[in-house]
Design a protein around this ligand. Structure first.
Ligand code: FES
Length: 574
């Protein structure tokens, strides 16, 4: 049967010619053993692979790519796999976030420069998902995302332990003397015991859920464990589907609409998802020209109950979430809050996809009448300490601290934090508010996940496990605590956070969405006059480009020259 398309596809500009160019494009590609018929005008599908042994969460992606290829061939397409920069959260320094935009540029330019008609994005570890979605959005070809899936539940001495979340808890226990070092070291082997990404509802699981909620991944994409055979069947089906999407000309911008973003925000609220999603979705919307701003988070997510009982907000892990029915069952529980008419990559609407949902375990996925928290949404704060906004994940905070006034303990940077935090003369009490400066997009730089500052040892010894903590940093999606994050503008550019001094009173009112520094305007003006801009960390290479063009957290930390919908256009042929 002929696979020739009625519509001339983009790849035919390379493979369809009968001239010198056509010869070159086909001939060199054939050195891999591809027969003539694969160049007959069928959809060429790029498999954009973030595989890397330096990204442990994505280290199984060559197996996933093989399954996607099977599906592509089966549906009459021609798969060509290509590597892009991978971003491994546990190993990259100073932080993988510094390189998200670089990876997205790699994805964008790799797609645009090559004979590709549709793209399958293999995504997993935190930043690989937004980087790939952002890059692909700037090209606007038919696109499907396949998440790599979470690790199996960690198991330590009969207890389920979660990626990240257990590390934070155990490291505090070691510091307070409640856990011996030998147990701590044993736990590290027990936590990461299979392929896959963090199995808590951290950033990777949040982004995988967003992929499904946006409709850019197939139903059940979010939760199937990485080593479950059904993850590989899903990859196979995604390969089949991306070929059909090319034939239907179902480009990414037809899926990632404003209404799809609204669904994603509400789903993030219902899963108690990572605050990192705020930054990534703002950046993604910017690439697509979708009108979606920081305050939309608060408005859309404010009354969404947290229904998923997963760490760090709850008790269970992603494996349990899958067995309980997965994201489809959760979305079915909140149908009234979703735009059910949104198109998804399988050709059906979100509402049609939810018709097959089954809630198996109401302890893991709570019914609406029995939520984990009445609001799981990320609250957006404003006030004289954060004129352009700050975020707090209320479901991971201590309720009594959500309305709190206390004196500041100020750390000028992370190095000072490390040097002072456990000193016996640190003037900290359980009413104190820890403030970290120089941790934002430009200040750190790269906005590392330093926002969950450690509790000072003298308070740990008294049993204190949470304090109000404020910074221009991010926080790991697996972390918890009353942490105000993403304060904008950041201290490095002279935002009010730079003016906070030790002992200043700070008031957090999460319900009222306020964050205020209780210092007079006159005093703040005097401090501003004394403030001097810090020197830039990089003066060459990618770092210098980053410092010159990155936007603030309230705008998604994308490069200013990338956040626009107008396409670059097709490359010229020489
Ligand atoms: Fe890769 Fe958590 S470290 S997902």
């Amino acid at each position: 049967m002929s696979n020739k398309q009625k519509r001339k596809l983009r790849s035919q500009d390379w493979f369809g010619g009968s001239d010198k160019g056509g010869f070159i494009h086909r001939s060199w590609t054939k050195n891999q053993g591809f027969p003539n018929h694969l160049f007959d005008g069928r959809p060429v599908i790029g498999i954009c692979n973030t595989w890397s042994e330096l990204t442990p969460c994505n280290a199984h992606f060559r197996l996933i790519a093989d399954c996607v290829k099977r599906g592509i061939y089966e549906a009459g397409g021609f798969p060509l796999e290509f590597p892009v920069m991978s971003l491994g959260e546990p190993l990259m320094r100073p932080t993988a976030m510094l390189f998200r935009n670089l990876a997205s540029m790699d994805v964008e330019e790799s797609i645009r420069a090559n004979p590709i008609d549709g793209v399958a994005l293999l995504v997993g570890c935190d930043k690989t998902t937004p980087a790939c979605l952002m890059g692909a959005s700037s090209c606007d070809l038919p696109t499907i995302a396949i998440s790599g899936g979470p690790m199996l539940n960690g198991k330590f001495r009969g207890e389920d332990i979660g990626s990240g979340t257990a590390v934070w808890k155990y490291s505090e226990d070691v510091r307070s003397g409640a856990m011996p070092m030998c147990d701590f070291l044993e736990a590290e082997s027990c936590m990461s015991r299979s392929a896959g990404h963090c199995m808590t509802m951290g950033t990777a699981s949040t982004m995988a859920s967003i992929v499904e909620a946006l409709g850019i991944g197939l139903p059940m994409n979010a939760a199937i464990p990485a080593v479950d055979s059904r993850r590989y069947a899903l990859a196979h089906m995604a390969g089949r589907r991306i070929v059909e999407m090319v034939n239907e000309d179902l480009s990414i911008s037809k899926i990632l609409t404003r209404r799809a973003f609204e669904n994603a925000v509400r789903v993030v609220g219902a899963i108690g998802g990572s605050t990192n999603a705020v930054i990534h979705l703002l950046a993604l919307a910017g690439r697509l020209g979708v009108d979606f701003k920081l305050d939309d988070w608060d408005r859309l997510g404010r009354n969404v109950p947290c229904l998923v009982n997963l760490m760090p907000s709850g008790k269970y892990l992603m494996e349990d979430f899958y067995y309980a029915g997965g994201l489809r069952a959760l979305m079915s529980e909140m149908r009234d809050l979703l735009k059910l008419d949104c198109r998804t990559v399988n050709g059906q609407t979100l509402g049609e996809n939810l018709s097959e949902a089954k809630l198996i375990n109401p302890e893991v996925i709570r019914p609406r009448a029995n939520p984990i928290a009445t609001s799981g949404g990320t609250a957006i704060l404003r006030g004289n300490l954060a004129p352009d906004g700050a975020v707090i994940k209320t479901s991971a905070a201590t309720p009594r601290l959500l309305n709190h006034t206390g004196p500041a303990i100020v750390f000028k940077n992370y190095q000072e934090l490390e040097a002072r935090i456990d000193r016996s003369d640190l003037p900290v009490t359980e009413d104190s508010v820890l403030v970290l400066q120089s941790a934002g997009p430009l200040g750190a730089p790269g906005m590392p996940e330093w926002g969950m500052m450690p509790i000072p040892k003298k308070l740990l010894d008294k049993g204190v496990r949470d304090l109000v903590r404020i910074s221009d940093a991010r926080m790991s999606g697996t972390a918890y605590g009353t942490c105000v994050l993403h304060v904008s503008p950041e201290s490095h550019v002279g935002g009010p956070l730079a003016l906070v001094e030790e002992g200043d009173l700070i008031r957090l009112d999460a319900e009222g969405r306020r964050l205020d520094l209780l210092v007079s305007d006159e005093e703040l003006s005097a401090r501003r006059a004394r403030w001097t801009k810090p020197t830039a960390r990089y003066d060459r290479g990618y770092g210098a480009l980053y410092l010159e063009r990155v936007t603030q957290a309230n705008e998604g930390c994308d490069f200013d020259f990338l956040s626009r919908a107008a396409g670059t256009g097709e490359p010229e042929i020489h």
